[in-house]
Design a protein around this ligand. Structure first.
Ligand SMILES: Nc1nc2c([nH]c(=O)n2[C@@H]2O[C@H](COP(=O)(O)OP(=O)(O)OP(=O)(O)O)[C@@H](O)[C@H]2O)c(=O)[nH]1
Length: 132
């Protein structure tokens, strides 16, 4: 519709690093776009960035994490919305078992290797930065 304001969606994306690797998950098949991403999701009303990251990781991967500080913000636009991605440095305590609960798969990706080809386009600058 011409002239209609797009809604802005805020998304918490957790950056979890361990031994030079970073945790990425695939998006559930029923939730396009397909691809690999930093685990997380949309902020709910009244929620802080940290609360959203911690809740999403509990829901998606069954883990208790501690979200720390915001590293980057990347805004990108789709046909319907402006998506503000907020990448937050997050700690996964030793011994927490990651269990995908929404049909995704996850993996630890070595930052010295080329970035995974299916990493979502808006996330690619974040990989570049982490790999430096
Ligand atoms: N979680 C996450 N979302 C990302 C990343 N990069 C990126 O472009 N996105 C986009 O941000 C949006 C996040 O929505 P989502 O579907 O994961 O959020 P959610 O779990 O709260 O979804 P729901 O409320 O539809 O169930 C999607 O459009 C997704 O494509 C990323 O690294 N992590």
């Amino acid at each position: 519709m011409v002239g209609k304001m797009k809604k802005t969606i805020e998304v918490a994306a957790a950056v979890i690093r361990r031994d030079g690797r970073v945790l990425l998950s695939t998006r559930p098949e029923d939730k396009p776009p397909a691809g690999r991403e930093f685990p997380g999701g949309k902020l709910e009303p009244g929620e802080t960035l940290k609360q959203a990251a911690e809740r999403e990781l509990r829901e998606e991967l069954g883990v208790g994490v501690v979200a720390l500080d915001e590293l980057f913000r990347i805004t990108h636009e789709t046909e319907h919305a402006v998506i503000r991605l907020r990448f937050i440095r997050t700690v996964l305590p030793e011994g927490e078992a990651v269990t995908p609960l929404e049909g995704q798969s996850f993996g630890w990706f070595d930052l010295k290797e080329p970035m995974p080809p299916d990493l979502l386009a808006p996330d690619r600058p974040v990989w570049e930065f982490l790999a430096e």
